[in-house]
Design a protein around this ligand. Structure first.
Ligand SMILES: C[S@@+](CC[C@H](N)C(=O)[O-])C[C@H]1O[C@@H](n2cnc3c(N)ncnc32)[C@H](O)[C@@H]1O
Length: 239
């Protein structure tokens, strides 16, 4: 089946869409994932490095949920930076960081994951959650992540994937085709945003294909950790 071109949002413009829905983004995330997104981001914690005095970077940071969940009650993180092109998402993230009393350690700035404003080998850990599938040039972003990670440092990538079990896979497909666009439209008024979500999930090279790409970019010790039967996956890789 041909996809209606009017409904396809180019990835290079996705940040504008996130700006447009920023005020409802957190609420819609909780609603559409039935609260699972919070659990999935929290699951990143157990894959963080153990070293003290860490400097971390979160890409496509949005409203800063990842930085906050990783840094709260974790004295091993000395400083954390978040980068995203969508200023409206960052404004909400900055307020959340202040409310969590983490503004002495966390800072957000506007930027593109494909051209990071940081020196080589700056970060102990680089994270990206539900962001990598939105980046126009996936390989460029991964090369940038590799460049700014310290030798022996780690990257954690949390992204939607597809369940292997045929029953779960069918339910997942139905959920993406119907529940997500309809409920997303009702609560955000933005139909494109939630058909876009479906399209990017369907076309993302998840699982072994994504592990192969990470390997090509130079990462080692790559391990995928499926969550909820494979609806999402955390990829852990070392530099
Ligand atoms: C689904 S949101 C994820 C936000 C956050 N990481 C989370 O877990 O809720 C995707 C984010 O990717 C950002 N994004 C889009 N293009 C980007 C790019 N080229 N570089 C960095 N971030 C980008 C969007 O602005 C948006 O905030």
């Amino acid at each position: 089946m041909e996809i209606d071109k009017n409904l396809v949002l180019p990835k290079s413009d996705s940040w504008k869409m996130f700006n447009a829905i920023a005020g409802r983004y957190d609420f819609l995330n909780r609603l559409l994932s039935l609260g699972q997104d919070v659990r999935w981001r929290r699951a990143l914690k157990k894959f963080m490095p153990e070293t003290s005095g860490q400097t971390i970077l979160d890409l496509a940071t949005g409203t800063a949920d990842v930085l906050i969940v990783l840094t709260k009650n974790n004295s091993k993180i000395h400083r954390g930076f978040g980068v995203d092109p969508a200023v409206k998402m960052l404004e909400i993230g900055t307020k959340k960081i202040q409310r969590a009393h983490l503004d002495d350690r966390l800072m957000l700035q506007q930027g593109d994951a494909q051209a990071l404003p940081f020196l080589d080998e700056t970060f102990d850990c680089v994270t990206i959650s539900f962001g990598i599938r939105n980046i126009p040039d996936l390989r460029l972003a991964l090369l940038e992540m590799y460049r700014v990670t310290k030798k022996g440092g780690r990257v954690l990538i949390l992204e939607f994937s597809k369940p292997e079990n045929p029953l779960l896979k069918a339910g997942h497909w139905l959920y993406l085709q119907t529940f997500v666009p309809i409920v997303g439209f009702i609560f955000s008024g933005n139909f494109k945003a939630y058909t876009y979500l479906n399209q990017t999930i369907q076309t993302f090279p998840y699982g072994d294909r994504f592990c192969k790409i990470l390997k090509q970019m130079g990462f080692v010790d790559i391990k995928p950790h499926p969550l909820m039967g494979g609806a999402a996956t955390i990829y852990v890789a070392q530099k």
